[in-house]
Design a protein around this ligand. Structure first.
Ligand code: LLP
Length: 442
């Protein structure tokens, strides 16, 4: 996080607290979130899009995508910073509502929402349900009509644009589970409008994640605007939601464009497209998750073993830590790149090639695939892995009966637990084959 630095003894300091004292107080593995950093990113993204939208004569709503990491505290931070919240299951909806989010500011996603989830969202009065398939039109309409409500909805459309990092690919057809085909958007939008219990706000599109510039969003917006304009000519269509996906730097090799430039690029494409189609520029909405919470998070681990393994042309040092793929599945799942630093001390030792591995029973259990760390790295050292705020806690598991670590927020040197860590008791208590007396835990 931007608040991370070293103190005079070479210890890593996060938002005014030194990492070693956090590890002493809360144990490791530990997810640490820099609250001011997360809030700052939320407000910077909002300001960037508000400025770009204002110069295009429109307004914008930024939804925080809760799938990246959702907890009561985070809902409060992002709503304080003027963001709405995007949820995609009944569980995420429950967290947002319990944290006091205004239901009218929530968006509810999902390609296979259960009837119970649709009813919960309608009953709570969520601001928009994103309709993801033809079948769902009738389901949401029926639930809204049973509840005696008019439910605002968006229609999720596949623009055919797939973007990730600095490349995007545009195809005519999409072979994936989300949304409806672009060439059916007008027909299905019209079908939504035929229901008295539904209010069509606009089209929605999400083209991918970890995207570094505006080109993919611009291409997607251009494609969507023909359908948007066709629907807008029949009746007002106030909104266009272009999803989330702004990329972050996981390592020094990643260089996402500044969000201000991305915002300007997208807004230029949208206003040019609207001019070409002869329709007013709609209100815009975006749903970033990773770019708000990802860089604000650091995971702290304690080194347990160090094992030099001869490889072609040298030695690879396997540094095994007290967590792994149960608290960060992204390396194993996506081949994600992370970096690591010794957090508990400075060292002048020459760097050696390191692979940070976890404690799980498989060789793919890797946290950082390749990193150079001081050659004197040893058991007991504290290791920090930055940029773990998004899709780490939210993808965590209990693989090998490892309890999930706590999440601690730090602000101005003060730390507090925002999500309690699991204990062995928590894990054993769910096992119906154990007597309650066996579940006191170790
Ligand atoms: N809106 C929709 C409809 C989405 O599906 C997503 C992410 C977002 C917004 C937020 O995207 P973001 O700004 O966070 O990139 N587990 C993967 C990422 C999955 C993203 C799923 N959808 C990872 O760890 O890289």
């Amino acid at each position: 996080p931007s608040g991370a630095a070293r103190d005079d003894d070479g210890r890593l300091v996060i938002a005014g607290r030194d990492a070693a004292s956090l590890a002493d107080e809360f144990g490791t593995p530990l997810y640490v979130v820099d609250e001011a950093d997360a809030r700052g990113r939320a407000s910077r993204i909002r300001a960037a899009f508000e400025a770009a939208a204002a110069s295009a004569g429109t307004t914008v709503t930024i939804y925080y995508a809760g799938k990246a990491f959702l907890s009561g505290a985070v809902v409060q931070w992002v709503t304080d910073e003027g963001l709405a919240v995007d949820v995609c299951t009944g569980g995420e909806l429950a967290v947002a509502l319990a944290a006091g989010a205004d239901p009218a500011s929530l968006g509810f996603h999902g390609n296979n929402k259960s009837l119970a989830e649709i009813e919960a969202a309608v009953g709570a009065g969520v601001g928009a349900i994103i309709i993801d398939s033809e079948i769902e039109i009738e389901r949401v309409a029926a639930a809204a009509s049973r509840a005696g409500r008019v439910q605002p909805v968006r229609l999720r459309v596949n623009s055919g644009v797939h973007a990730s990092t600095h490349e995007f690919l545009a195809t005519a057809h999409e072979d994936q589970k989300f949304g409806v085909a672009l060439d059916r958007a007008v027909e299905l939008g019209t079908r939504i409008r035929a229901h008295d219990s539904l209010d069509l706000l606009g089209l929605h599109c999400h083209i991918g994640s970890q995207i570094f510039d505006s080109a993919g969003f611009a291409e997607s917006a251009e494609r969507l605007l023909a359908a948007h304009a066709a629907l807008a000519r029949v009746a007002p269509l106030p909104e266009l939601n272009l999803g989330g996906g702004f990329g972050i730097a996981y390592t020094s090799a990643d260089e996402p464009a500044p969000i201000e430039a991305i915002a300007r690029g997208i807004l230029t494409a949208v206003s040019d497209g609207c001019l070409a189609h002869g329709v007013p520029v709609p209100k815009l909405a975006f749903e970033p998750g990773r770019s708000i919470i990802g860089p604000a998070g650091v995971t702290l681990y304690t080194v347990g073993t160090v094992k030099p393994v001869p490889i072609e042309g040298g030695v690879r040092h396997y540094v095994s830590v007290d967590g792994g793929m149960s608290d960060n599945a992204r390396t194993a799942l996506y081949g994600a790149d992370y970096s690591a630093r010794i957090a508990s001390r400075a060292s002048d030792a020459d760097p050696v090639l390191v692979r940070v591995a976890g404690k799980h029973c498989e060789s793919g259990d890797i946290v950082v695939d390749a990193e150079y760390l001081p050659g004197d790295i040893a058991p007991g050292d504290l290791l920090a892995v930055p940029a773990t705020g998004a899709y780490c806690w939210s993808l965590a598991s209990n693989y090998n009966h490892v309890p999930r670590p706590p999440v601690v927020a730090v602000r101005d040197g003060a730390a507090r637990v925002i999500v309690r860590g699991e204990t062995l008791h928590d894990l054993l208590a769910r096992d119906a084959g154990l007597e309650p007396s066996d579940t006191t835990g170790a």
